[in-house]
Design a protein around this ligand. Structure first.
Ligand code: ASP
Length: 455
């Protein structure tokens, strides 16, 4: 049995909804459908969630909100008309949108969440009606009824583990259940959303709750690409990816799925498939716990800029007990998080995100390194990018680093640092920001071939 989640672009118009209907109809295993709010129909369009934010702002400012209300209602009404649904459904949706502007403003920390959640909530009503109209017995289920209980953290809810028992009862339904994504209810009944893009999280929670065989996440791309399509022209999509590999790629800038969505599916041991609503025959990317036997060593190449390196050296550093702690203590005292720490015998670098620092903090770090850690030399290097070559099977494969470094040297790319954790899920190279794209292109070519893929 499958849980399927459709993102906003898959639900943006009547023609997209027809594709969704076909996808659900074509596989009787697709029993649970989690939906986003309608997304953009084209680049100029506005997402319904963003329109709800505007509506909220006007409302709390005490302004007339009829323009915002009408825009949102019309967005649904267009789809209802095009799909030939009964007008009762748009009456319901319209009432729900208008009633938002009667909610109390004072002492209501969940007001913003109530506005935002209306996008998903009303879309789920519409889609359930559409399915019924077209021969799929379906039922709209509010997260309250489903038992999706979350923490009281407005805009940043987390599922309460106790929810899962109740969610399992959803299995008893004969109908296809249509559940709005992005929000749950608190123990006190308030609507509380996950962070933006959080419908993915709902899908993963439902999949874990009903113990689905697969969680299918439908977007508008053929799965996860082996490299960023803005850098590599038409990169191949990855057929199979482990959760650990996905984490590494997401860390270095891949953003297909909401990060937190992986957790419930991972814990529930549920394979996740990322598929394309506009090309459902494509197998997409399957995210699994363990690779099949003869899987190639490298799955993808990611890069991210905005890194700095604090470099320090001290004669006989390796003999000094406690040096690393002293250096890290300085960062901890300044409340600075760090990411990587490559070392040599007498030197150590701490790589961190540029946003962790301010000019004052930088000065302070350098001062304290000299004073407290008594380094001979310390500097802060800016404008660095990290490049990650990701693949769990590298561990049992000889020559991955050789291939990578040869590709980089052939393309005259200076490797500033490199590191590989003991789990060997990834190799990380640090390069100058200006060479990031060239490095990704060189590595892509080395591991996946040039084909039509170079820009
Ligand atoms: N509609 C919400 C957003 O735009 C959640 C989602 O689509 O996943 O952030």
């Amino acid at each position: 049995m499958k849980v399927v989640k459709f993102g906003g672009s898959s639900l943006a118009s009547a023609s997209q909804l027809e594709k969704v209907l076909h996808i659900v109809k074509s596989d009787a295993e697709r029993r649970f459908v989690v939906v986003s709010a309608p997304g953009k129909r084209d680049d100029q369009d506005t997402k319904v969630t963003d329109a709800l934010i505007k509506y909220y702002r006007q409302y709390i400012a005490g302004n007339d909100v009829s323009k915002e209300q009408n825009w949102i209602i019309n967005r649904y009404a267009d789809m209802v008309a095009e799909l030939g649904l009964k007008s009762t459904i748009i009456e319901k949706i319209s009432k729900s949108i208008i009633s938002l502007a009667t909610l109390p403003i004072e002492n209501n920390e969940f007001l913003y969440d109530a506005f935002l959640a209306a996008g998903e909530n009303n879309n789920a009503k519409l889609i359930a009606a559409y399915f019924n109209h077209n021969g799929i017995p379906a039922r709209y289920v509010h997260p309250r009824e489903a038992g999706l209980v979350v923490s009281s953290e407005p805009g940043n809810a987390r599922i309460l583990p106790s929810s899962y028992d109740k969610l399992e009862e959803l299995n008893h339904s004969d109908e296809v259940l249509v559940i709005p994504g992005f929000f749950g209810v608190t123990q006190y009944g308030q609507i509380c959303t996950f962070s933006r893009g959080g419908s993915d999280i709902t899908g993963a929670i439902i999949a874990a709750g009903v113990k689905a065989d697969v969680y299918e996440n439908f977007t508008d791309v053929d799965g996860i690409f082996a490299a960023h399509p803005g850098i590599i022209h038409k990169p191949r999509s990855i057929a199979e990816l482990t959760y650990r590999e996905m984490r590494e790629l997401a860390y270095a800038g891949f953003t297909v799925l909401h990060d937190e969505a992986l957790l419930p599916a991972y814990r529930g041991k549920i394979p996740l498939v990322i598929k394309n609503t506009n090309n459902p025959e494509h197998p997409g990317t399957r995210i699994v716990h363990k690779h099949s036997e003869d899987h190639p060593p490298v799955v993808g190449i990611a890069g991210d800029s905005g890194f700095v390196s604090i470099n320090m050296s001290k004669y006989l550093m390796n003999r000094e007990v406690g040096f690393g702690r002293k250096a890290l203590q300085i960062l901890e005292d300044l409340n600075i998080g760090w990411e990587h720490m490559p070392t040599g015998i007498d030197d150590l670098s701490i790589i961190l995100r540029e946003r962790e620092l301010t000019p004052i903090k930088e000065e302070e770090i350098l001062r304290q390194l000299v004073q407290k850690a008594e380094v001979d030399f310390a500097e802060i290097e800016h404008d660095l990018s990290i490049i990650m070559i990701v693949g769990e099977k590298m561990k049992s494969h000889i020559g991955v680093t050789a291939t990578a470094t040869k590709a980089l040297s052939d393309n005259k790319i200076n490797i500033q640092m490199m590191s590989q954790g003991s789990s060997e899920v990834s190799i990380m190279f640090v390069v100058n920001k200006n060479q990031e794209k060239a490095a990704i292109r060189a590595l892509y070519k080395a591991f996946f071939g040039s084909s039509e893929n170079d820009e």
